[in-house]
Design a protein around this ligand. Structure first.
Ligand SMILES: Nc1ncnc2c1ncn2[C@@H]1O[C@H](COP(=O)(O)OP(=O)(O)OP(=O)(O)O)[C@@H](O)[C@H]1O
Ligand SMILES: O=C([O-])CC(=O)C(=O)O
Ligand SMILES: [Ca+2]
Ligand SMILES: [Mn+2]
Length: 654
């Protein structure tokens, strides 16, 4: 007899019967662990998932609003969602039911949800016979499963993030962003040259709305997020996002403020609703449509419709546009800026166009992060609009940006990155899908996030420009008028293509460092900023995070390490008392020394070997500034005329 290695004893080819303990009904068992309490596989599976508290839990009877039963509350919530998804031509909301259609056990027995409006007597169509399953405020884990099961291009990366593809669009489509012009908005909003608000009429909006709603209702399931905007609770906005993809739902879960179970319980009806039909296009037979993409904002209806783009940033920035309308009405300034706070409570704002460093520089290991992109400045101080950050990932490195690197973990949405098919290690240098690779993570993924994301009045206002011409100084101290001049100008210079050799830098001017998102005339925001900076004694700074020692192709981008030192000196207050000299043409005050930064780079003229080329480039840029500002010369800024005059005089002189 010999052992076969499995513990069974063989005798030639014949297996000998092993004696077992007959105590338990003759079944052989290993009594080191108890058996599961299930008779069938299905039963076993049902044990795995513990019933969680309802998404809208009922608090104790002492709560003033807890007058409904849980069943009643669920019914009201479904009715509210059904109303959101109602077709306006058929005057009925769809039959909605909660839960994943793939999991029958989730489907409640009473699946019929009464129609919101009066049931029409004419023309019952197939759409009124079907159910739309609602996946309401799912958790990141549930959204991962949905994405991986049903959405092509969804993968878990080596660090646990959800890699997704945003489809054909990997950036926003500003030429397809429309706003309904009605009697009110016609007078209130900024229209015409330079304005981001491309007009559309109410009827065309309704056509697109119906298109999006019909598309969403035709699906087996839709995702619904009920969340908040603005950490200033007095000025909080309730937003509902209806979307077709788990990617979109997780993105907004991360980017908006996540309600607590108690807040959700008393959520009621949203203040604003987004219908994101994603890949479903708009129709060129619809008036005003110029492509298959349209992002439509209707302020009167408090709705936004997205057709023909799956780029998630449209939702984030669409809501930002909304805030740029709603907040100034309440004397609150909305800002395209990052914001952080030192240990002593000193707050800094970081303005700048895309890619200039708002996220990178506001994420600072030595300071509390209030937010990376969108803020409000009210009488009470600053507040973040969002609940998450949206960082650029191109060439991301652990060494240079450790906090962002570490935030890319379970729960984070990673858009359009390339990874090893086996290890799922992300290669951040790979731009095969797009250069605009992004990570969206909840703000608490940054270890020193300031929660709640609010702070006192800013002490420093830092304007970031990535000057690919290489003529703006790495740092200059601004007067209030200069701050306004540069705020209204909103300059940065990007380099078009990087593949086929050296290209000329392209100057971009975007008023208020975010013309794509403002709704009112830029001077309205500028006047508010001037008033607040003056009142609270904030100092303005211009920081060039772009080129040094020559334009793009000759010089190189200023080391992040140096920019961080400059920012440190601003925060600490040491730069305020430095020795300054004034530059030619732009009239910028530049310091002679900044700790940790080579002094010779502080005046760009020193770094250019070809002085003539420097002078020419400087003049060229000054000319571009002047030309850009022409449209603002006949606008009054603020109440008196003095500020306007001062601002006009604060630009380049040559
Ligand atoms: N000296 C520098 N200062 C700041 N950023 C730098 C510098 N050098 C290189 N970078 C890189 O520039 C990019 C800045 O992007 P960042 O995400 O901070 O932009 P952003 O202003 O937040 O834009 P958006 O509004 O589009 O989110 C990062 O990839 C960063 O690593
Ligand atoms: O909205 C986006 O796609 C990215 C962003 O933050 C910006 O452009 O300012
Ligand atoms: Ca950013
Ligand atoms: Mn931004």
């Amino acid at each position: 007899m010999a052992s076969n290695g499995n513990g069974n004893v063989t005798n030639g080819n014949r297996l000998t019967k092993i004696q077992t303990n007959k105590k338990h009904n003759g079944i052989c068992h290993d009594d080191s662990v108890p058996t599961v309490k299930a008779q069938t596989i299905d039963e076993l599976h049902s044990l795995q998932r513990k019933k969680s508290a309802p998404t809208t839990p009922v608090t104790g009877t002492q709560a003033p609003f807890a007058t409904f039963s849980e069943e009643e509350r669920q019914k009201q919530q479904l009715q509210s969602i059904s109303a959101s998804l109602a077709s306006l031509t058929r005057e009925t909301g769809p039959k909605v039911v909660k839960g994943d259609p793939a999991r029958r056990s989730d489907t409640p027995k009473v699946a019929h949800v009464p129609h919101y409006h009066v049931t029409p007597t004419i023309a019952v169509s197939d759409s009124s016979l079907k159910f739309t399953h609602v996946l309401y405020n799912l958790s990141p884990a549930e959204l991962y499963e949905q994405a991986i099961k049903y959405e092509k291009g969804s993968f878990i990366t080596a660090t646990g993030a959800l890699a997704t593809l945003s489809g054909a669009k990997t950036g926003r489509s500003p030429r397809d962003k429309r706003v309904v012009k009605d009697d009110v908005t016609e007078n209130e909003l900024w229209w015409g040259r330079g304005s981001p608000n491309i007009e559309m009429d109410e009827h065309s909006f309704m056509v697109n709305r119906e298109r999006a709603v019909d598309y969403l209702n035709s699906l087996d399931k839709v995702f619904v997020n009920d969340q908040f905007l603005n950490w200033d609770t007095e000025n909080r906005i309730k937003v509902r996002i209806v979307s077709a993809r788990a990617y979109h739902s997780l993105f907004m879960h991360n980017m908006c403020i996540r309600p607590t179970p108690e807040e959700l319980e008393n959520y009621g009806t949203p203040d604003f609703t987004i219908y994101n039909a994603g890949q479903f296009p708009c129709n060129r037979y619809t008036h005003y449509m110029t492509s298959s993409t349209s992002i439509d904002l209707n302020l009167a209806r408090r709705e936004m419709v997205i057709l023909g783009t799956q780029y998630a940033g449209e939702m984030k920035k669409g809501l930002f546009s909304l805030m740029h309308y709603l907040m100034p009405k309440r004397q609150i300034l909305s800002l395209h800026s990052g914001c952080n706070m030192g240990k002593d409570g000193d707050v800094a704002l970081f303005f700048g166009l895309s890619g200039t460093g708002k996220t990178t520089l506001s994420t600072d290991h030595n300071r509390y992060l209030i937010g990376d992109d969108e803020h409000c400045w009210s009488e009470n101080g600053v507040s973040n609009i969002e609940g998450g950050c949206y960082a650029k990932c191109v060439d991301l490195s652990r060494e240079k940006e450790p906090d962002i690197w570490n935030a890319i973990k379970f729960g984070t949405v990673l858009e359009n990155v390339v990874f090893d098919e086996h290890t799922r290690e992300v290669d951040y240098s790979d731009k095969s899908v797009t250069e605009n690779t992004r990570a969206a993570y909840p703000i608490e993924y940054i270890p020193n996030a300031k929660l709640p994301c609010v702070g006192p009045h800013p002490k420093n206002v830092i304007l970031l420009a990535c000057d690919a011409f290489g003529v703006l100084p790495p740092v200059s101290k601004l007067t209030l008028a200069q701050t306004m001049y540069h705020f209204i100008s909103g300059y940065t210079a990007l380099v078009a293509g990087t593949e086929d050799g050296i290209k000329e830098p392209q100057a971009t001017f975007s008023a208020c460092f975010g013309a794509a998102f403002i709704m009112l005339h830029p001077t309205k925001y500028a006047a508010m900023l001037a008033e607040k900076m003056e009142k609270h004694g904030a100092t303005g700074w211009l920081v060039n995070t772009g080129w040094s020692a020559g334009s793009y192709g000759y010089g190189s981008r200023i080391k992040l390490q140096y920019t961080r030192k400059i920012i440190d000196a601003i925060h600490s207050g040491s730069l305020l008392n430095a020795e300054y000299k004034k530059t030619k043409i732009f009239g910028l005050e530049i310091p002679a020394e900044v700790e940790g930064v080579p002094s010779e780079i502080l005046d760009p003229v020193n770094t250019w070997s070809n002085k003539k080329a420097y002078e020419e480039t400087l003049l060229k840029l000054a000319g571009l500034f002047k030309k850009n500002f022409e449209t603002f010369t006949n606008h009054k800024i603020g109440k008196g005329n003095n500020l306007t005059e001062e601002i006009l005089a604060a630009g380049p002189i040559f």
